[in-house]
Design a protein. Structure first.
Length: 392
């Protein structure tokens, strides 16, 4: 791996307080505003954040001296002094690591403070038990810290229930039935703060802060893969729920089964459900899996496209419910199987249009790439939030 082009003997070590600790709440507020919303003058910051002019001057001077901010070219005005905007120092600023854990692999990325990915690394998992999984994460993290000395935060995302962004309460995907103190285990080996979050929540935070959700006050995300996830941002806040389980179970009902029991979205749109249906309809053989189905869809196989359309309509049924309840500005589709939805996008759009109220048919529908580095980037954002004093 190659390190940052700005590395050198004067670069602070990972975890160095000069880089890793922003300071008091006023400092964090100024930095956070510039980070999320872009360049502003000191007077604009004072008005927006309701901080006194001397406070903003003192805070900005400190951040400039630490090379966490940079001055931009002054903007002349018709009257008075020219605006002298400030912005985040991204090129030479702090670095963050995001780690997305699946049942098979660890996907890690290094990003800037605005979540621009600089490097990625994928390692296979020999076991999902806590100790070997932690060891694999550490291999990736320690290699990236060695190459990027300005790393000041690490985020880890996985499918499961997480408390206080530190403890994994359980993970069906990984086979964890008891709480695992993941942050403490990793921090015992690296001198960098670690946060852990459900991977879907982390990705939505990433979309909300720096991704395609940035332009919307309210949007919903549906992901399809090994599981089906639903998440929402309403009035600028990620919805987590009383038990931090909002949208994470795949239990969203999208129909009624033969025994008049609700049919959950995961029973129709998860990888296992889609593969099972494809085998039942002889689109796949007994040993055929999702990659084989993906290949058939790519070459236009009629049976495979019908399976994809059925999955797309099930996902649209969930989207209809979300639109009816939360009236979002946009729906974002993602997950490793989103390519199957794209192949049958007409079926998704038609079902969504038919199920939505006429006044809501201007809803924007966006799709993500489905790559795991997209998830890892989102996980890096939760570390960035902690650094900027916005962790929840």
């Amino acid at each position: 791996m190659q390190g940052d082009e700005h590395m050198g003997s004067d670069v602070a070590a990972a975890g160095d307080p000069a880089v890793g600790d922003l300071g008091g709440e006023s400092t964090r507020a100024v930095y956070r505003d510039l980070l999320r919303f872009g360049p502003r003058s000191r007077s604009e910051l004072s008005q927006r954040l309701r901080l006194s002019a001397p406070t903003v001057t003192r805070v900005s001077r400190d951040l400039l001296e630490r090379e966490l901010l940079r001055p931009l070219t002054a903007v002349p005005r018709a009257k008075g002094r020219p605006h002298e905007p400030l912005d985040i120092e991204e090129d030479r600023g702090p670095r963050f690591i995001g780690v997305k854990v699946t049942a098979d692999e660890v996907h890690a990325v290094v990003t800037t403070v605005r979540a621009t990915v600089l490097e990625e690394l994928v390692l296979p998992l020999q076991s999902t038990a806590p100790e070997p999984l932690q060891a694999t994460i550490l291999v990736a993290v320690e290699a990236m810290i060695a190459a990027h000395p300005k790393v000041v935060g690490i985020g880890v995302g996985l499918g499961g229930l997480v408390a206080e962004r530190r403890t994994v309460l359980s993970s069906h995907l990984l086979g964890w039935q008891r709480p695992v103190e993941l942050c403490a285990a990793l921090e015992a080996r690296v001198s960098v703060p670690v946060v852990v979050e459900n991977d879907l929540v982390a990705m939505v935070d990433g979309l909300h802060w720096f991704g395609i959700g940035r332009g919307y006050d309210s949007f919903a995300v549906l992901t399809v893969g090994a599981g089906v996830g639903i998440a929402a941002v309403i009035d600028g806040r990620v919805v987590r729920g009383r038990h931090h389980m909002a949208g994470l179970t795949g239990r969203f009902p999208v129909g009624i089964g033969p025994q008049r029991a609700p049919v959950a979205i995961r029973e129709l749109a998860s990888t296992a459900a889609v593969v099972r249906r494809a085998r039942e309809q002889a689109v796949l053989g007994p040993a055929g899996g999702i990659e084989k189905l993906r290949g058939l869809v790519a070459v236009g196989d009629a049976g495979a496209l019908a399976i994809a359309a059925e999955m797309a309509r099930a996902l649209a049924a969930a989207a209809v419910g979300l639109v009816a309840v939360m009236d979002p500005e946009a729906i974002v589709l993602g997950g490793e199987n989103v390519d199957l939805v794209r192949a049958a996008f007409g079926a998704f759009e038609e079902a969504l249009r038919q199920g939505s109220a006429e006044g809501q048919r201007d809803l924007v529908v966006r799709t993500l790439s489905g790559d795991f580095d997209e998830w890892a980037r989102g996980v890096a954002v939760i570390a960035i939030q902690e650094f900027a004093g916005a962790g929840t």
